[in-house]
Design a protein around this ligand. Sequence first.
Ligand SMILES: [Mg+2]
Length: 107
Amino acid sequence: MTIKDAQSTVDQWIYQYGVRYFDIKTNMIVLTEEVGELAKVIARQYGEQSVKEGDVLNLSEELADVLWVLLCIANQTGTDLTDALRQNIVKKTNRDNKRHLNNNKLQ
Ligand SMILES: [Mg+2]
């Protein structure tokens, strides 16, 4: 599935099953909530927090939840994430092409 396919699939799903998109501000809050759920999994699975009784840790599900809401926000703001990611890679390459290579902390 390409990013374009993902944006289209989410858009179709929203109008078929979700009635309409939540407004952008609500989706920003939902994105924050989903990032928090992802953080919880990482803190317990890769960090120093212990797993609580009843915790269900599913990293891939939480990553997908975050991606879902990002795709929603991209769709409702008219953002082509394929183009945006391409531009972002160019920006990072121009800005950071020597930065990390010269970072002694990474050696
Ligand atoms: Mg979640």
